[in-house]
Design a protein around this ligand. Structure first.
Ligand code: ADP
Length: 160
C-alpha cells in the first residue's frame, strides 16, 4: 500500500490544490489530505471547517481522506504510515521555500520523501489568499474554486 500525505493550510481549498490531489491520487494508492492547525498564518476558516469543506469537495475520490493535524508534519506522515509527502509547485517563487522545507523534513526523518507536482499552467498563479481577497471585494471566484467552496466563502466573507 503506497500512501502519501498532502499537507497544507487549505484556507480554503482551490482548484489548484484539487489538481494536485487528483494527480497524487493517480500515483499513490491512498492520499491523506492533512489540514495544519497550528500554522503561523491566521486562517479565515477553522481547521474543522477546512476539513469539512475538503471532505465535501473530495467526496467522489474514494482513495482520498482528510484529517487535521498538529505538530511536525513528518511525525504526522509517519503516524499515517505514509511513505511520501506531496507538495505543489506553482511559479519558481515556490521553489526556494519548498526546497527549504523538503530538506529540513528530510533531515528530521530521512525515511520520508517529498514528491513535488508542478501545477497545471492555468492554476499557476492561483492561491487561497488571492481567492479570499477577490471574494472580499465581491469579485467572481467561480473559475478558481468548486461551487461549494464559492458558496461557503461568500457566506463567510459576508459575516466577517
Ligand atoms: P501552505 O500554508 O502549506 O503553503 P497551502 O494550502 O497554501 O498551504 O498550500 C499547500 C500546498 O499546495 C503547497 O505545496 C502549495 O505550493 C500548493 N499549492 C497551493 N496553491 C496551488 C496551486 N494553485 N496549484 C498547485 N499547487 C498549489
Amino acid at each position: 500500500m503506497r500512501r502519501a500525505v498532502y499537507p497544507g493550510s487549505f484556507d480554503p481549498v482551490t482548484n489548484g490544490h484539487i489538481d494536485i490531489i487528483k494527480r497524487a491520487a493517480s500515483q499513490f494508492d491512498e492520499v491523506v489530505v492533512a489540514v495544519l492547525r497550528n500554522s503561523s498564518k491566521s486562517a479565515l476558516f477553522s481547521a474543522e471547517e477546512r476539513v469539512n469543506i475538503l471532505c465535501e469537495v473530495l467526496k467522489d475520490m474514494p482513495s482520498v481522506s482528510v484529517r487535521a493535524f498538529d505538530g511536525l508534519t513528518v511525525d504526522f506522515v509517519k503516524e499515517c504510515g505514509a511513505i511520501a509527502m506531496i507538495r505543489g509547485l506553482r511559479a519558481t517563487t515556490d521553489f526556494e521555500y519548498e526546497m527549504q522545507i523538503a530538506h529540513t523534513n528530510h533531515e528530521l526523518d530521512d525515511s520520508i520523501d517529498t514528491v513535488f507536482f508542478i501545477t497545471n499552467l492555468k492554476y499557476a498563479y492561483l492561491s487561497s489568499s488571492m481567492v479570499k481577497e477577490i471574494a472580499m471585494y465581491g469579485g467572481d471566484i467561480s473559475k478558481f474554486v468548486p461551487p461549494f467552496v464559492e458558496k461557503v466563502l461568500l457566506e463567510k466573507v459576508q459575516n466577517v
